[in-house]
Design a protein around this ligand. Structure first.
Ligand code: G3H
Ligand code: 13P
Ligand code: ZN
Length: 307
């Protein structure tokens, strides 16, 4: 049975550990995620973006996730909508069986973000579904960024306090300097941990780190060895992920690491045998590589052995 992400994250918030929220776009990634949670004895959040839903079909997204949840009944698991762009998108997901949604109205004004988030919270809570919202813009902080520029794009802790009180949102994604994808930082990686601590102190709810892929050395090397190009790529260092968890982050959104790990293995098989066309020969090593990334991450974030 799927449960709300709030159930999983309130426990993580109380006990100060992080739970990976892993994106999937197909059966193979979803299978790898569930098998990892099983092997690491970790609670789990699986999430699908609107693009992933369009690609798989919402019935398949919900159906496959429910079947895996049935297969592993001991794993506390939530199905979360990642970056819902409208009330309608969140409503559709909830009606289809998602147990958690994100309404991402962070590009609107504070007032508009609050208004749309409140509407989603009302609807979601009446269905027992949890809600995530975002404040600030996801972007890397340059070394020479001014205080004013930082204030203009990152989360404002005082606004976060008001936003959480008024919207009754279950968990919040504060922008503290991460961005999506494989190219997160131009210079040295930098996150605003002081801002994070202030948001946690003023809101005291589970917090979310978007753009949390680390691009570990082993994954980068594997992709490069397969002939892939990741020049200039930079992820969030492991130490930063740990510090983020210590600072109050409980949901750690991870997609890019899984994509790179998966595709490196697919590329290798294609390079090594250009007459191979049995899909399973590509996907079996790809799933092993993804599992290894996820199990390591569950240990790092502290969710392993929390079932
Ligand atoms: O936050 C974005 C996620 O990585 C999902 O990306 O829209 O390409 O599915 P997507
Ligand atoms: P990454 O691109 O760092 O994996 O971030 C994923 C994410 O934030 C999904 O919402
Ligand atoms: Zn995100």
């Amino acid at each position: 049975m799927l449960i709300s992400a709030s159930e999983i994250l309130v426990k993580a918030h109380k006990e100060s550990y992080g739970v990976g929220a892993f994106n999937f776009v197909n059966f193979e990634i979803l299978k790898s995620i569930f098998e990892s949670a099983h092997e690491a004895s970790s609670p789990l959040i699986v999430q699908a973006s609107e693009g992933a839903i369009k690609y798989m079909g919402i019935d398949m997204v919900v159906g496959m996730t429910k079947l895996f949840a049935q297969k592993y009944p001991h794993i506390p698991v939530a199905l979360h909508l990642d970056h819902g762009t409208s009330f309608e998108s969140c409503k559709n997901a909830i009606e289809a069986g998602f147990t958690s949604v994100m309404i991402d109205a962070s590009h609107h004004s504070f007032e508009e973000n609050l208004e749309i988030t409140k509407r989603v919270v009302d609807f979601a809570h009446s269905h027992g579904v949890s809600v995530e919202a975002e404040l600030g813009r996801l972007m890397g902080i340059e070394d020479n960024i001014s205080v004013d520029e930082k204030d203009a794009c990152l989360v404002n802790p005082l606004e976060a306090e008001v936003f959480v009180k008024e919207s009754k949102v279950d968990f919040l994604a504060p922008a503290i300097g991460t961005s999506h994808g494989a190219f997160k930082f131009k210079g040295e990686p930098k996150l605003d941990f002081e801002r994070l601590l202030e948001v946690k102190r003023l809101t005291n709810i589970p917090l979310v780190l978007h753009g949390a892929s680390a691009i570990p050395q082993s994954v980068r090397e594997s992709f490069l060895q397969s002939g892939g190009d990741l020049k200039g790529s930079k992820g969030v260092p492991f130490e930063f992920l740990k510090e983020a968890v210590r600072g109050g982050i409980n949901k750690i959104n991870t997609d890019t690491d899984l994509r790179i790990a998966f595709m490196a293995e697919v590329r290798k098989v294609a390079n090594e045998n250009n007459s191979e066309f049995d899909l399973r020969k590509f996907f079996t090593p790809a799933m092993s590589a993804v599992k290894s990334v996820i199990i390591d991450r569950m240990k790092l974030l502290g969710s392993a052995n929390k079932i």
